[in-house]
Design a protein around this ligand. Structure first.
Ligand code: BGC
Length: 373
């Protein structure tokens, strides 16, 4: 599937001519490889990336891999065959490294988008959010929702824990961030964990028990149903740590089917500010979410891709280098530490549910469908 050296030479020539001529991107192709569509954000991410690439004079193609790494590798190979100069990859799992190695051989810039590309030394840039902070905000949400600061071991609160996909490096940061806020309350006895309790994601055996393979809502819903009929049968849960909105809504669905929660749902966290979850927060069901302005992330990724292709220094508004705030481990692939740029996540409660709307994060259609006016 690799492009011929003739095609490669031609592509370089064309790109070279254009850059020398006017400094615009001149129709150079940027490939956009997104992991899945069952979590809404990726559809939006793909569309935003394409829009920002085209606005800067690139040609762009977006592809979605249905949480299947083989499919994504084929999509990346197709971008290479077509002579793409940069590929923005939100990977499915570490199996992407082979396709990234092919891109490096073809001197094509790969930008790891939102998720790190693990076990690879074949790329240099990663753009994401401060994922540890995303988790911290979820932990803080529970702290506030349960008023943990005033809780005591004599009258403890009950929580059950969910994590994201163990194939996604972000899931570990989210979890560790959340537990950094919650562990002190578990230790004091004010918060009791129902079900498995990995203190950190390094407790691999217990982490696997609470993880949600490929971020599938059906997996989380079934696990919640099993908890309600098992470990949580004799208690009333005050909170559920849910790592994102898709899973939060599945967990809430399971709770709603249990008479015990008919009048009062547990405090359920989330992430992504999906329109459906923002509506749920507005209606007093889901307790909170974390708004990551992925429109800004997409713009930042294209700025990064453009400067890498042109060999200039990127200036990314609103982003900090992970190394400058002691979070270089966010850029650690296991084989190399890549330059990681971080954007800032924002906490959303019922009282500020309209922040993402005001930021222009939703389309008119999403606003109308979810009654977010
Ligand atoms: C992203 C989240 C998303 C999850 C599931 C993570 O890598 O950071 O925003 O909810 O994947 O798609």
């Amino acid at each position: 599937m690799r492009k011929s050296s003739f095609a490669a030479a031609a592509a370089i020539l064309v790109a070279g001519t254009v850059f020398a001529g006017c400094g615009a991107a001149g129709g150079t192709l940027i490939g956009i490889a997104m992991p899945e569509t069952h979590v809404m954000r990726w559809i939006k991410d793909g569309a935003s990336l394409k829009k920002f690439a085209e606005a800067r004079g690139f040609r762009a193609q977006d592809q979605y891999a249905n949480a299947d790494q083989n499919m994504q590798n084929t999509q990346i190979q197709n971008f290479l065959t077509q002579g793409a100069k940069a590929i923005v990859v939100g990977c499915v799992n570490d199996g992407v490294a082979a396709a990234v190695a092919d891109a490096a051989r073809d001197k094509v810039t790969v930008i790891a988008y939102d998720r790190i590309i693990p076990e690879s030394a074949d790329y240099d840039y990663y753009i994401t959010f401060n994922n540890f902070k995303v988790g911290q905000l979820q932990g803080q949400g529970i702290e506030k929702g349960l008023d943990l600061k005033s809780a005591t071991a004599a009258a403890p609160k009950y929580i059950t824990l969910f994590a994201g996909s163990p194939t996604d490096g972000n899931a570990f940061f989210f979890y560790d961030g959340a537990m950094s806020a919650l562990n002190p309350y578990v230790e004091s006895g004010a918060l009791i964990v129902v079900g498995p309790y990995p203190k950190t994601s390094k407790d691999t055996a217990n982490f696997q028990r609470i993880a949600t393979e490929n971020w599938q809502a059906s997996v989380a819903k079934t696990r919640m149903e099993n908890l309600l009929n098992g470990d949580a049968k004799d208690v009333t849960l005050d909170a559920v740590l849910a790592p994102n909105d898709t899973l939060a809504r599945a967990i809430i669905e399971a709770c709603k089917a249990d008479a015990k929660y008919a009048n009062k749902l547990p405090v359920v966290t989330g992430q992504d500010a999906e329109a459906a979850s923002t509506a749920s927060i507005k209606n007093g069901e889901q307790y909170m979410t974390v708004f990551k302005d992925t429109t800004k992330l997409a713009e930042a990724a294209i700025i990064l891709a453009e400067s890498a292709v042109k060999g200039t220094t990127p200036n990314i508004p609103g982003a900090v280098l992970a190394s400058s705030i002691g979070l270089e481990s966010i850029g650690d692939t296991g084989k190399k530490v890549v330059k990681a740029y971080l954007l800032d996540p924002v906490i959303i409660y019922r009282e500020n549910w309209s922040d993402p709307v005001n930021a222009g994060f939703y389309t008119q259609e999403e606003i109308a469908q979810n009654n977010l006016k």
